[in-house]
Design a protein around this ligand. Sequence first.
Ligand code: ADP
Length: 397
Amino acid sequence: MKVLVINAGSSSLKYQLIDTFDNSVIAKGMCERIGLGGSNMKLYPIGKEDVHITKAMGDHADAVALVLSALTDKEYGVISSMREIGAVGHRVVHGGETFSSAVIIDKSVKDAIRECVDLAPLHNPANLTGIEACEKALPGVPQVAVFDTAFHQTMPPKAYLYAIPYELYQKYHIRKYGFHGTSHKYVAQRAAVMLGKPLEDLKLVTFHLGNGASITAIKGGKSIDTSMGFTPLAGVVMGTRSGIIDPAIVPYLMEKENMTIKEVDALLNKESGVLGISGVSSDFRDLEAAASEGNERARLALEMFAYSVKRYVGFYACAMGGLDAVVFTAGIGENNHAMREEILKDTEFLGIKIDLEKNVLRGEIDISTPDARVRTLVIPTNEELMIALDTKRLVGK
Ligand code: ADP
């Protein structure tokens, strides 16, 4: 089946056309600056020349129409007709407590996604717009929603509740949700294949380290705890997000700096993390370059990131009562070997041991030494493929 995977942002729309027969990507690309003027589309048809189209897109419906006409274009298209698209899989950021797995979209699903808008005010409305645009353009084609939060719905209450009055959980659903679930689930499944063991028998810690970063404890294939929380601000130090801080800093800052709650929120989400510490950049390549030229704050930012990630190895090994493998993924996890080495320094007592020569290699790889009791894996994430496979599983039923 050919599945169109859609990831709609507020002014962007990323897409991939995947053939689930052999899990291959037929074409991918993105529309940018939707509704902003100067909008453009990129199409990367696999095995053909890249296509760049500059065309006004007033809304996501225009973007979907342009994507479909490009995919079916006589000259550079990859399918002969829209009828070849068997289903559409949508990335949806927040499924609240309603969705613990992917679902076929109907009116009640859209209503439930709408109810979660409060929890993800930037993302869920954009995701809904993408869904509605595809429904219009591809009537009768099944649409599936795959939620970033769904994989973490298996966490027990002791992990997902915050120790604030219980009534606030009941009234506002304030709890830990966790994010990047599709990525954590994908790499856990791949890890089981690489280790040659059933996922049900494994205790894994998965590190999704990109601009946003989260760590998950996966026991028997289920998320039992994760580092992000009610929002993606919690957990480790990130590109521009602070990660966990003492919440008392918020009122203190408001008072001392005369800041509004919105300003503090922006400070913690957009001006903090390794950017805030270094004053240089949120990108780890820039930080490494600056640190190697002697910039002390860039070096400190890298150290703080590694330390904030490392603590989850011990935390989650204890939470699961053991550890079989740690898995690195996403931009930093897949590409930054120096950071992997730094994070795993001093964890040998747990049985983790990496081969420094293997560590610099790329791709899906086991970088452990032969005698390591706990394996260390690098697995490039593939959220789009996971969405396509979930979509096929549901639509094929
Ligand atoms: P996002 O959360 O935006 O998807 P990514 O997963 O792309 O983020 O991760 C972005 C981070 O990954 C940046 O800090 C960048 O420095 C790092 N990164 C991405 N690609 C590479 C690479 N080829 N080599 C080293 N670092 C990389």
